[in-house]
Design a protein around this ligand. Sequence first.
Ligand code: AMP
Ligand code: ZN
Length: 477
Amino acid sequence: MRIYNTLTRKIEKFIPLNPPKVGMYTCGQTVYDFTHIGHGRKYTNDDILRRVLANAGYDVIHVQNVTDVGHLVSDADEGEDKLEKGAKKYGKTVWEVADFYTNHFYNSLDKLNILRPTIICKATDHISEQIALIKKLIEKGFAYDTPEAIYFDISKFKGYGKLFGQNLNEKQTARIDVQKGEHKKHPLDFVLWFKRVGRFADHAMHWKSSWGDGFPGWHIECSAMSMKYLGETIDIHTGGEDHISVHHPNEIAQSEAATGKPFVRFWVHHTFLMVDGRKMSKSLNNFYRVEDVEGKGFEPLSLRYLYLTTHYRKQLNFTWESLNAAQEGLNNLRKLCCKVSDTLQGKRSVLSAEKLTKIQVYSQRFKTAIENDLQMPEALAIAWEVAKSNIPSPDKRDLIADFDQVLGFDLFNHRKGYTLKGVTFSELPNDVKKLVDARETARKDQDWKLSDQLRDKILASGYKIEDSSNGPKLQKI
Ligand code: AMP
Ligand code: ZN
């Protein structure tokens, strides 16, 4: 397996430290506002990486944090705390904001068929681990105390710029704002612990520490939690491309200063989803949510299909036309898969040598594509070739079902284009499936009376049914 490593700027062979285990850490969301489809792209690509690793036989432990404290409006510690900002905007407490948007985040990702991480860890549940790490950094001389904060001393750490490829003098930096009462020594020194003084005197989230009441800076949570769950050196760390310049160099500095060991072996960064040529983002307020996509009659999985049409290291510009094309692509691929399922005869015929070779070649080509730095557009094209090929149905089904373990379209769970909410196709009771199929037939025959009667029966079985251009939509009630 080969993956692009931001640290070396090369595609490298990936071998985990302790095979078959792979420790993978993903920077999660700052939960102060809605999850949008730009996040959707990023976390889908993490999900693809995880599935590709699993497909290659690795046992992936995927850890993802939830940032519910300490992330200021600018990644370089400027402005308000994002959670406090969200609380003011929505008239809620910071804790309510964090809970609400954490749920919104994971519900949005569920709709995109993104597997839940093995461990989800909140920054506010790991304050003591963060305090312990800061203490260690102070003891080792990498951090210093000031009236407003504990800062990491960047001048003490050699190789700060290795991720973004510049040395300290070349990097453009904001100036130290003495007016705001900053006592840091170098503009790139970053906060490990904010004291509850000055502009943060009323900060709602705060904990006791030997440096006084306060709260952790944003970066320290990822070092503390990844070390806790994955050890001092981890195989893979992922994040959005914006983290290459500040957040991840800071994570490296504080982790390596504390342990004296390499923090991460492979850094994987995802390129943004754009809209009208700009990053889709909460702060620019130019975002769409998964609900907006559903509101326009698209399935969330059409987004997943759209994301996979572009390599994760290339920009993707979102338009409704491209989503429409993705939905059609998904519908058509499903239609071919339905045909395969419908013609399954249970018994397999003996494969000719020619067909056997063809299957093996498809399978190998798919594996080569996904294991070559996640060439998903190519993998998708191979899935299409197989769906249209003349290999016998049972083998075609097996092969596409295998591919779908990685693609994650649930191709055989959406028979006849059902859209499901609150239930998966396999959980849907058989008698309800039969009622839905019978109703589809009645609708085709324009027997509206029967169609209405069947809808009432489906409702009585606990499912609301609606019709859409993509087939019936079923919601568990
Ligand atoms: P946030 O909580 O908004 O800082 O973002 C969480 C993660 O999503 C970060 O790794 C960001 O880089 C990433 N992200 C935010 N916006 C986008 C976007 N438009 N496209 C892709 N990734 C994004
Ligand atoms: Zn992080």
